[in-house]
Design a protein around this ligand. Structure first.
Ligand code: ADP
Ligand code: MG
Ligand code: MG
Length: 250
């Protein structure tokens, strides 16, 4: 699904990612953990194709296709989904209408007609029922006055509707409460399949009690310095990151 080779990236001429190698196969859930400032959000942004980040070496392949020349929007159309840490409020545009627009933009990029209204309704009903999202929520203005949990519910709903191949959830700085954690985790657990892959980026081990990763990687100073199974997340919770820093700097 995703293969990252020797990825180096910088922002404003400052080198942030210093040789990342990572392979994520379909059906897998990977977690990236690491201390603040280690480059986790940068990695997410670079995969998604945000413009401020410059790839200076290495490459990113999605299903064997090099993403380098593709803009963020084109990557999204190819099935890369990045959750928004700071979602925009759009007064007057409902959750449902925003979603319809996004879906049809996606189809247009693939040369398809708008989704017929009845099909759209069916899809919305199916996904919202799966995620236990009620009708009232669907008619609210996008992110306007949303609680932390509601923002997460909306993100997960977007993910469910768009059915990405690779979902990247960057939860580092968003201060999730327990409700929001459960919403994210239940959603991810329901949406993961043998045909998609999930990359969860988090500073906290807590989220990984609910979303059980197949692999855990520790990012430190722009490099993956340690990889393991889910037990690595528990070890980090117990011992913090200092021992990793010591190992790397030894
Ligand atoms: P993490 O998500 O692991 O906390 P980040 O990827 O957010 O780390 O940041 C890594 C480093 O890159 C930090 O030193 C941060 O200040 C810097 N950085 C990230 N994004 C930008 C940006 N858009 N402009 C300037 N510096 C940035
Ligand atoms: Mg940070
Ligand atoms: Mg971050």
């Amino acid at each position: 699904m995703l293969k990252i080779n020797n990825l180096h990236a910088s922002v404003e001429d400052k080198s942030i990612l210093k040789g990342i190698n990572l392979e994520i196969k379909a059906g897998e859930v990977h977690a990236i953990m690491g201390p603040n400032g280690s480059g986790k959000s940068t990695l997410a942004s670079v995969i998604a194709g945000k413009e401020e980040y410059e790839v200076t070496d290495g490459n990113i392949l999605l299903e064997n296709e090099d993403l380098e020349e593709l803009a963020a929007e084109e990557r999204a159309h190819k099935g890369v989904f990045l959750s928004f840490q700071y979602p925009v409020e759009i007064p007057g545009v409902s959750v449902t209408n925003f979603m319809k627009t996004a879906i049809n933009a996606n189809r247009k990029a693939k040369g398809l007609e708008d989704m017929p209204a009845n099909e759209m309704l069916k899809l919305i009903r199916e996904k919202s029922e799966m995620l236990e999202i009620d009708r009232k929520f669907l008619s609210r203005s996008l992110n306007e006055g949303f609680s932390g949990g509601e923002k997460k519910r909306n993100e997960i709903f977007q993910m469910a509707m768009l059915e990405p191949k690779l979902a990247i959830l960057d939860e580092t700085d968003s201060g999730l409460d327990i409700d929001a954690l459960r919403i994210v985790a239940n959603g991810v657990n329901k949406l993961k399949s043998k045909d998609n892959a999930v990359l969860v980026i988090t500073h906290y081990q807590r989220l990984l009690d609910y979303i059980v990763p197949d692999f855990v990687h520790v990012l430190y100073n722009g490099k993956i310095v340690k990889s393991g199974g889910k037990e690595l997340a528990h070890e980090l919770e117990e011992k913090g990151y200092d021992w990793i820093k010591e190992e790397v700097n030894a």
